[in-house]
Design a binder for this molecule. Structure first.
Ligand code: GLC
Length: 646
């Protein structure tokens, strides 16, 4: 049993009647329940006796942080604890957006709550809203503060107003906690630049290249094209600072327990604005060690669990999303292993599903998708995925070379093909995407572009090719229909619900020009929204299609995540078939055709799984039931079915 379930159990009597519950007493109970684990984690990370005083101060810190938590949120915590893992619900669909690009500022987001509700979105991920350097700032991921709202977006009050209104509307909020690094303008960094040793010790700083070189021998590069190397020389202090991401993002030194305590306070202050899910940014990088790639290290996991166990004491309703774009084998570790199972992150990005779906679109085949998904290690029952197609970042081809080879393909050639397919290296490809962080030496690259442009809508529109527009729409809806049904929280990237194309305006901005991820960070087009009643427009058809599927998802409890996903062999390399098995409810069988031609499925599969009754099947998406007249089901190009068990 993980700590969250333990807290639920211990508080079960109080949770039944919240009027009578005493949040303070429940806080004490959580503190005492988690303290042995917290102590254990702290001592493993900071075994040096000189660090003991930090551990001793931790309960006091947690108490003072709890005192600062608004009363309303203390009650919300208990309400969320009461509900059965709300984040696994079929009623939840998320949207990720940039506040300024979506609608100006935080007030503007509030005004659009009816828009989210119309589409069916009930969870928002707002990209960073705190202060950041004026010039390059990695879209706000270089933070000058963890709590001060950037005046362009509003102020603390507008954030609080927004979160209160979201709560009133039964919605949830996710914000980033940029835990791995601060900007070089963060108060600690500024003091470090003035020569204050205390704050230099908050970062990794070295007087010469000896240690940096030792690190570099095994450290990969995150942004090789624009920010090569992992250290930046700062002449003000004649020191090399560790900067794994951009040169202006300084890696925090978590071997220093003061950094942990201060960042914990920052985290709690941030969630006290009304955050339900903390997106733990770049958490794989939290611990560094010479001779390793300094990603996914066991200490990083312990540190995340330590943050989580402390936050759970203060704000038990708040949960963690792991922002780690790593292999399936590595990602499940962020749910916690052994006695930490279920005590790290509750949610993780399903990056491998994402890249496998793009792989299937390019190859028109699903063999790699099936093979890979069948081998994803099982996640704990209390955890879930974020399933997504696009986000503000690039698409990394995190495919398993071993599986590619088992399909008889050369992994290097296969990747080349995918890059060429999506990044305009093949004349016949419908995709209009761009390379990101191309490595000329290895030919390796990541891919960027908007969902619609990568799926052919930009080219089809440019060429006035009506048939290609239809194909593109079918692909867009099919892929969204998969993430809406495969198990986890479906996340729509703002703009994709309208089929927004690539945005080239970033090329005119000197601070963005070098980062092609900006091609997929468009301004929301409210003119298009105002024309949604013109049903024939591609944007209207996408919006309506998504809206219908989200509404259907909400009516279908079996789509909640109960670890009830089974991948079936369709006996046809172009089809993808998975089932959300009943576990007491009516199951759903999802069938998708990744080919541009009609494809067939043997109905014996439907019969064996119990989806056929008197020769009839029922599809929830079209709301139709029909009789199968032959032994085969035919799916049109990029058609998607959600068959319900009779
Ligand atoms: C995460 C963000 C990405 C950012 C990086 C550094 O990966 O998604 O946009 O560049 O962290 O903070």
């Amino acid at each position: 049993m993980n700590q969250a379930s333990l807290h639920k159990k211990l508080a079960s009597k109080e949770l039944k009647d919240l009027e009578k519950a005493d949040p303070q007493a429940l806080f004490e109970q959580r503190l005492h329940t988690n303290l042995p684990l917290i102590t254990d984690l702290f001592n493993t990370l900071y075994p040096d006796p000189e660090h003991e005083s930090h551990l001793k101060k931790l309960p006091g810190l947690l108490k003072s942080l709890f005192r600062k938590r608004p009363e309303e949120l203390k009650i919300r915590d208990l309400n969320l604890l009461k509900e059965e893992n709300w984040y696994q619900s079929h009623k939840l669909t998320g949207m990720q957006l940039y506040v300024d690009l979506f609608n100006g500022n935080l007030k503007g987001i509030r005004e659009k709550i009816p828009y989210f509700k119309e589409l069916g979105v009930s969870l928002l991920h707002l990209m960073p809203v705190t202060t950041r350097p004026k010039g390059e700032n990695d879209g706000g991921y270089a933070v000058n503060s963890y709590t001060a709202v950037d005046p362009r977006f509003g102020n603390r009050k507008s954030l609080l107003d927004l979160t209160a209104e979201l709560r009133e509307n039964g919605m949830f909020l996710m914000l980033d906690f940029v835990v791995n690094h601060t900007s070089d303008e963060y108060p600690w960094a500024k003091k470090a630049l003035k020569g204050e040793q205390k704050y230099q010790d908050y970062y990794y700083m070295f007087p010469d290249r000896t240690v940096p070189d030792a690190f570099e021998a095994s450290l990969p590069e995150v942004f090789p094209a624009t920010s090569p190397g992992n250290f930046t020389y700062r002449p003000e202090i004649s020191k090399w600072v560790m900067t794994v991401f951009n040169s202006y993002q300084w890696d925090l030194n978590y071997t220093n327990p003061k950094v942990f305590s201060e960042m914990l306070a920052n985290l709690v202050n941030m969630v006290n604005s009304g955050v339900d899910i903390v997106r733990f940014d770049a958490l794989a990088f939290l611990w560094k060690e010479i001779g390793t790639i300094s990603q996914n290290l066991p200490e990083a996991h312990k540190l995340i669990a330590l943050f989580r166990m402390c936050l759970q004491v203060v704000a038990p309703g708040v949960i963690f999303l792991a922002e780690a774009i790593v292999s399936p084998h590595d990602i499940v570790k962020y749910f916690g292993e052994g006695k930490l199972q279920g005590n790290e992150c509750d949610i993780a990005y399903n990056a491998s599903l994402m890249s496998l779906l793009w792989n299937s679109i390019a190859t028109k085949k699903t063999l790699l998708l099936q093979k890979s998904l069948k081998n994803v290690p099982q996640k704990p029952d209390s955890c879930t995925w974020i399933n997504y197609l696009r986000c503000h970042d690039d698409i990394g081809l995190g495919l398993d070379d071993g599986y590619i080879a088992q399909l008889g393909l050369d992994p290097w050639m296969h990747r080349r093909f995918l890059i060429d397919y999506y990044c305009q290296g093949l004349k016949w490809s419908p995709a209009v995407g761009y390379k990101f962080m191309e490595n000329h030496a290895t030919g390796d690259s990541r891919i960027t572009g908007s969902c619609a442009s990568l799926l052919g809508l930009e080219k089809a529109t440019r060429n006035g090719d009506a048939a290609a527009v239809e194909t593109s729409l079918a692909k867009i809806l099919m892929l969204h229909g998969i993430i809406l049904s495969i198990g986890g929280i479906p996340f729509i990237y703002a703009g994709d619900e309208l089929g927004t194309l690539n945005d080239y305006s970033y090329l005119e901005d000197a601070h963005k020009r070098n980062d092609s991820r900006w091609v997929n960070r468009p301004r929301h087009n409210w003119d298009v929204v105002s024309q949604l009643n013109d049903r024939e427009k591609p944007s209207s058809r996408i919006f309506e299609g998504l809206k219908k599927m989200i509404a259907q998802r909400k009516k279908t409890p079996v789509l909640a995540d109960h670890n009830n996903l089974e991948i079936h062999d369709p006996g046809n390399p172009h089809l993808f078939v998975f089932e959300r098995t009943g576990k007491g409810r009516k199951g759903i069988l999802v069938i998708a055709n990744f080919d541009e031609h009609p494809r067939i499925l043997d109905i014996r599969l439907l019969d064996d799984l119990g989806y056929l009754k008197d020769g009839r099947v029922k599809d929830l998406l079209k709301g139709e039931e029909w009789k199968l007249t032959s032994g085969l089901v035919e799916l049109g190009p990029y058609e998607l079915l959600w068959l319900i068990k009779p």
